[in-house]
Design a protein around this ligand. Structure first.
Ligand SMILES: [Zn+2]
Length: 93
């Protein structure tokens, strides 16, 4: 699997898993659902940031900088914005 596909997979699991979890908890009439949703979001963001470029260890969500601020987004490019590594290439074993 390539870094880019792993990122997309994590994203998919978040959306489907999140909706399933919230729907399930809603059925059980659990309170503070918004807090659980927020917690889920934080965990997911953390997991997404664990998907890194194999070459430079920069998050694959890295989109370059605006001024001095690093920009991250919920999608990846075909190549690393930091070092140009091909993110569609599978991880080396
Ligand atoms: Zn890189």
């Amino acid at each position: 699997m390539s870094p880019r596909n792993r990122f997309r997979m994590t994203m998919l699991i978040f959306v489907l898993g999140g909706l399933g979890l919230i729907g399930f908890l809603n059925e059980l009439h659990v309170r503070n659902l918004e807090l659980i949703a927020l917690g889920w979001l934080i965990v997911w963001t953390f997991l997404l940031f664990q998907v890194k470029c194999p070459n430079c260890q920069k998050s694959v969500a890295y989109q370059g900088t605006v001024g001095r601020v690093s920009v991250f987004a919920g999608f990846t490019n075909a190549s690393c914005k930091n070092c140009g590594y091909d993110l569609t290439k599978a991880y080396r074993k």
